[in-house]
Design a protein around this ligand. Structure first.
Ligand code: SF4
Ligand code: SF4
Length: 171
């Protein structure tokens, strides 16, 4: 059975005025609107030439904090892995000769699963996993989306903004 919409129901259609029927005035009005916007401030970012530097509160991909001596802060307690809603984190612990007794021999985050919720950052007792400013993630192969320690560990100095932000929020 054919349906009647406002597009094919004459009773619901608006009557065009004489000038509207000519179309030309409406086209000129449209062009004038376009012309007006040529001189207004532009909000479009020419990415990737113009990059965006997010504020410290931004939650980009999670990363592991690397201390100045090149060692990860993480003590492989596994809390982040347990709290992660999409089960994106895998931690395998081992023992170390350093001052701390445990470290993650394997630490992987599946970035295809990560929903950038920040729960891992919230529960970590060592502030060893934090959200970064990195929002540029793309993969050709799903296997490339699994980030190990080689991609996750970032020197502390590069994460200063976020660490300062977290310290301010906790005080
Ligand atoms: S940000 Fe959320 S989803 Fe991503 S690894 Fe952390 S807890 Fe898991
Ligand atoms: S990142 Fe933090 S919460 Fe996760 S295993 Fe390491 S110390 Fe524990």
């Amino acid at each position: 059975m054919p349906t009647t919409s406002k597009y094919n129901n004459p009773a619901l259609q608006r009557k065009l005025t004489f000038w509207e029927k000519l179309y030309l005035p409406e086209i000129i009005r449209g062009l004038f609107t376009t012309f007006k916007h040529l001189f207004r401030p532009k909000f479009t970012r020419q990415y990737p030439e113009e990059r965006w530097d997010p504020p410290a509160s931004f939650r980009g991909r999670p990363v592991l904090v690397m201390e100045d001596n090149g060692v990860e802060r993480c003590v492989a307690c596994g809390l982040c892995s347990r709290v992660c809603p999409p089960l994106a984190i895998e931690v395998r612990a081992s023992e170390t000769e350093l001052l701390k007794e445990r470290y993650p021999v394997v630490f992987e985050i599946n970035m295809l699963r990560c929903i950038f919720c920040g729960y891992c950052e919230e529960v970590c007792p060592e502030e060893a996993i934090i959200m970064s400013k990195d929002y540029e993630l793309s993969f050709r192969d799903p296997a490339d989306g699994i980030f190990g320690k080689d991609k996750l560990l970032i020197p502390k100095a590069q994460l200063k903004d976020r660490l300062d932000f977290l310290a301010a929020m906790r005080n």
